[in-house]
Design a protein around this ligand. Structure first.
Ligand code: ATP
Length: 267
């Protein structure tokens, strides 16, 4: 690990927090996360502390380990080493139920928009009028009410991503992971997704999101975690990392010099 997570540094006894707002309670704390597959160390000792209410953007070159990190944090894959806590305790079933994840290519049931929402809520134990109210609210927020009876799979990419996000948010997560949710979307669809994310965050949802889009990071991020070759090269408040990066890897990437697999930077 080259540098402790931005939010971890807020705990340092060596000086004041870099961003006073960063000092909220810790939701998810991961220390010494490592992932090895086929003898290759793909995630190499990452410490990250996700604080309640923040929007953290995970950035870095292709192959840096961003998606793997999100999957590890969300418990979709087991780390080779490291430990995680949720609000200071074990990451148990209720901790996982307080999290949701949206992928770049959303997975939809071969059913209607409405059924996709209903199914997700049913799995979470919602029934009857409470479930219907949640569905109506989700459709309204995602501006999908007119498409409620359409098969989800015929929606455009932007509509499908709005549905995926609405479906995740309808489950009322405390922590939302997003893996490049706007990667293949046009500016209008991107804006719609960003505004759903910002709105959810205003209502208390903590966000951890992978993005390659610098403009998006500037618009949305409170904190940046910059990965390079499976490690945290740099992290801190977005305003500082994006304007005055300290690591060679982040500098190179921001100047367009860091290409596939991290080539172009010393470290
Ligand atoms: N299941 C796997 N088995 C072996 N190697 C893997 C596996 N999944 C990912 N990798 C490798 O781990 C590295 C990190 O992958 P990851 O998908 O996390 O990168 P990323 O930073 O999200 O990249 P991108 O920006 O291209 O999406 C890559 O070199 C990838 O090839």
């Amino acid at each position: 690990m080259r540098e402790a997570g931005a939010l971890a540094r807020a705990d340092s006894a060596n000086g004041p927090a870099p961003d006073a707002a960063a000092a909220g309670p810790v939701l998810l704390d991961a220390q010494g996360l490592r992932l090895e597959i086929g003898g290759k160390r793909l995630i190499d000792g990452i410490d990250i502390r996700i604080r309640e209410g923040r929007k953290t953007m995970v950035m870095g070159a292709n192959g840096a380990g961003k998606s793997l990190l999100l999957r590890l944090l969300h418990g979709l894959i087991a780390p080779s080493a490291g430990r995680m806590t949720w609000r200071g305790g074990p990451v148990d079933k209720s901790a996982r139920r307080a999290q949701a994840m949206v992928f770049q290519r959303p997975v939809m049931l071969r059913r209607s928009v409405l059924a996709n929402l209903a199914f997700a809520l049913k799995v979470r134990g919602l029934r009857g009028a409470a479930r219907q109210a949640r569905i109506d609210e989700a459709l309204d927020k995602a501006r999908l009410s007119d498409l409620a009876r359409s098969p989800a799979r015929v929606l455009s990419g932007g509509e499908q991503q709005r549905l995926a996000l609405a479906r995740a948010l309808a489950c009322d997560p405390k922590l939302l992971f997003l893996d490049e949710p706007t990667a293949s979307l046009d500016p209008a669809s991107t804006q719609a997704i960003e505004s759903l994310i910002a709105d959810a965050n205003r209502r208390g949802v903590t966000v951890v999101m992978v993005t390659h889009d610098l403009g998006q990071a500037r618009r949305l991020a409170d904190d940046i975690v910059f990965l390079h070759a499976g490690r945290v090269a740099e992290s801190g408040p977005a305003s500082r990392v994006l304007s005055s990066p300290r690591s060679e890897a982040a500098k190179a990437w921001l100047e367009g010099r860091l290409f596939l697999d991290g080539q172009g930077a010393q470290s």
